[in-house]
Design a protein around this ligand. Structure first.
Ligand SMILES: NC(=O)c1ccc[n+]([C@@H]2O[C@H](COP(=O)([O-])OP(=O)(O)OC[C@H]3O[C@@H](n4cnc5c(N)ncnc54)[C@H](O)[C@@H]3O)[C@@H](O)[C@H]2O)c1
Length: 330
């Protein structure tokens, strides 16, 4: 599916920070398949060795086990790279509410280290994981890149600060950056375990164990759930685009469609029932709303379409079908 990028990426040196995590490991896999030379920098805080184990036998893959809070590590990782895809961060709004200092140290301190190291190494482009949480309390729908509200969590603050630093590093030092505001990404290798698991892998795991998934609130909140292949496409477009005016911008990375939590849960149930008929009998339960959650989220992807030629390949339905199959057979 990503063959069209092969010519431009073959033998390119690309650093993926957070490469042992969900999004990062999918990026590493596709880039290796396209003939790029991939370095993964990760400290395994939330990522897993098993996510990248299949790449260890590939001569084009290098693992640096290290922490982005250490500037010397960032300098070593960025040396002689063509591009950086910066995914390393502590995700999760609730985690940031419980421990804002740790989230800030990694997401702001670590981010700044990576910008400095990328600048010093003269990398061609620094593409980083921004977040839809930057829209904060803005109620405008669909979300367009220029209209943001006040952040609703420490996590959202860190992701907004990333955008401010990136823009400043372009203006001050000429480092080319692109921020991708990811909207509720899901797909293979997303971790279903731990206190901060995202809703889709968590619900898949619950259904597979014949346990009731718990929806926070009445389930009418909506999200623009985005399958990993759409996210990979955006990252590849950012490092290969020849449109200079597309650089030093932020882009919504989403489908441009919204689904309620109830609809999402029914979709997961439908696709998993294909593997185990008993899942159709699992009840869904509801609890209170969660702090820091916004009611509705829906992206406009017009800017990404116009500037980068982005075209989402996976609807939520197609994505849940593929992801469900992966969780079932893994
Ligand atoms: N998954 C989503 O829906 C979503 C939405 C918006 C933004 N994002 C952003 O996308 C990026 C990737 O998210 P993900 O869902 O793959 O999460 P993930 O937790 O699976 O991956 C993050 C990776 O970063 C690594 N990491 C954390 N702290 C580090 C440190 N100090 N030094 C080195 N490595 C470190 C972790 O070990 C992990 O492998 C993050 O920046 C996240 O904030 C994700």
């Amino acid at each position: 599916m990503f063959e069209r990028f092969k010519e431009k990426l073959k033998n390119k040196k690309i650093l993926v920070t957070g490469g042992a995590g969900f999004i990062g490991s999918n990026l590493c896999e596709v880039l290796l398949g396209l003939g790029a030379k991939v370095t993964c920098l990760d400290n395994f805080a939330t990522g897993h060795r098993h996510n990248i184990e299949p790449f260890f036998s590939n001569a084009d893959f290098t693992l640096i086990e290290g922490d982005i809070r250490d500037l010397a590590t960032c300098h070593a990782a960025c040396a002689s790279q063509d591009f950086v895809l910066h995914e390393a961060a502590l995700g999760s709004v609730p985690r940031s509410i419980n421990d804002p200092i740790a989230t800030n140290d990694v997401n702001v301190g670590g981010f700044l280290n990576m910008l400095v190291a990328a600048r010093d190494a003269g990398v061609k482009r620094f593409v980083y994981a921004a977040s839809s949480s930057t829209y904060g309390d803005s109620e405008a729908l669909p979300k367009v890149e220029d209209v943001i509200g006040k952040p609703l969590s420490p996590y959202a603050i860190t992701k907004y600060v990333n955008e401010l630093y990136a823009e400043n590093f372009y203006k001050t030092y000429g480092l080319n950056t692109i921020g991708l505001r990811y909207f509720n990404v899901f797909g293979k290798r997303q971790d279903p375990n731990g206190a901060y698991a995202a809703v889709i892998p968590l619900f898949v795991k619950k259904f597979m164990n014949h346990e009731s998934p718990l929806i926070n609130g009445d389930g009418t909140y909506t999200r623009d759930f985005t399958y990993i292949d759409n996210v990979v496409q955006m990252n590849l477009l950012c490092i290969t685009t020849e449109n200079e005016s597309a650089l030093n911008q932020v882009y919504n990375t989403a489908v441009g469609d919204r689904t309620t939590l109830v609809e999402l849960t029914e979709l997961i149930k439908k696709h998993l029932t294909a593997y185990d008929a008993a899942i159709s009998q699992v009840e869904i339960v509801h609890g209170p709303n969660r702090r820091g959650d916004i009611p509705h989220s829906l992206a406009s992807v017009d800017k990404a379409r116009e500037m980068l030629g982005y075209e989402p390949t996976h609807s939520i339905d197609k994505g849940i079908e593929e992801a469900g199959g992966w969780y079932w057979y893994k």
